[in-house]
Design a protein around this ligand. Structure first.
Ligand code: UD2
Length: 314
């Protein structure tokens, strides 16, 4: 039986998931992706088509993962680590259908944790979100800032964090929750109206089409490059941290207007920048405090926005 450590990546065919798979295979893991392909794409993993280190199993994590993983573990031995990224990713969809969001996002986490408890998994790293904070006035946002989520999506991410803590303290499952800020980079899908703003701006600017800013563009975000996010995930999978919750951002912010201008400049096309009414319920400012990320996980999100944008546009 193989001695290569086995890591499971739920949502591994998605944007952040597929980059995580790349990093784990490069780090010497065997990887099993569980994905229901609702938003994930096989093409995101095409670079591993000839690898014997990757298994891809079509599976709805919210319906349980024991059966999906049984043939994999029979062949390769027990699962050592799990990165849980599979989720319903739209905040707006969660408002429209909170029960579905709860079933997928909170229910999915419980299925992963039950598996980890039963199988003695050594670490579960979970994709939480800045959405757990809700509307925060004081910037940068610290991890111990009172959580006041303003969407079912944020509530379910926060509930998942509580579940992680419960399984760690009561059942001894080591867990880490990473609160992602605005993640961007190659493979982010620009096709939904609620796709990440950088993926939309990049897609339109490359085609010389106009960019639309919602509101006056003075709202700020902490945009963190996917490569840096993946370094945080890989660090979280290591031993030596449990019950840890850490922001994953850069610690700096940029206005959406400045972002739009930068993307247009980098593309060298003549895209116009237009304004549309602000999105309702939108937060004005967002910036992570990142000391914990560097102190506990040794990770600094160091990709400069301009470099990350170049990689995204190429
Ligand atoms: C992010 C997360 C979301 C949730 C939330 C918590 C992403 C993609 N979404 O939502 O999952 O965690 O944070 O607070 O990371 N914008 C434009 N024009 C466009 C598209 C967007 O001006 O064509 C603006 C939008 O109004 C917002 C900013 O760009 O001010 C960022 O929008 P977003 O949808 O990328 O992310 P956000 O911060 O709303």
């Amino acid at each position: 039986m193989s001695r290569i450590p086995l890591a499971v990546v739920t949502g591994g065919a998605g944007f952040i998931g597929s980059h995580t798979v790349d990093a784990l295979i490069a780090a010497g893991f065997r990887v099993c992706v569980l994905d229901n392909f609702s938003t994930g794409k096989r093409s995101n993993l095409a670079q591993h088509a000839n690898s014997d280190r990757l298994d891809i199993v079509t599976c709805d994590v919210a319906h349980g993962i024991f059966a999906a993983l049984a043939p994999i573990t029979a062949q390769h031995g027990p699962v050592e680590r799990i990165v849980h990224l599979a989720a319903q990713v739209s905040v707006v969809a969660s408002v429209a259908n909170p029960l579905v969001d709860m079933q997928i996002n909170y229910g999915g986490t419980l299925h992963v944790l039950e598996y980890a408890r039963a199988q003695g998994v050594k670490k579960v790293a979970f994709a939480s979100s800045a959405a757990v904070y809700g509307d925060v006035v004081e910037m940068p946002v610290r991890e111990d800032t009172p959580r006041q989520p303003v969407s079912p999506y944020g509530i379910d991410k926060l509930a998942s964090e509580f579940a992680l803590d419960y399984y760690a303290s009561v059942h001894g499952v080591p867990t880490t929750a990473l609160r992602f800020f605005n993640v961007y980079g190659p493979r982010q899908d620009p096709t939904s109206p609620y796709s990440g703003v950088i993926s939309i701006f990049a897609d339109r600017a490359k085609a010389g089409r106009g960019l639309t800013i919602f509101g006056d563009g003075s709202q700020t975000r902490d945009f963190v490059y996917v490569g840096d996010v993946v370094r945080a995930i890989v660090a979280a999978l290591g031993d030596g941290n449990s019950r840890l919750i850490a922001n994953v951002g850069t610690g700096s912010e940029i206005t959406v207007l400045e972002l739009a201008r930068t993307v247009v400049d980098l593309c060298g096309r003549k895209s116009t920048i237009e304004h549309a009414p602000a999105r309702s319920g939108e937060i004005l400012k967002s910036r992570a405090r990142v000391d914990r990320l560097s102190e506990k996980l040794g990770v600094v999100a160091e990709t400069r926005l301009v470099d990350g944008l170049r990689a995204t546009l190429s």
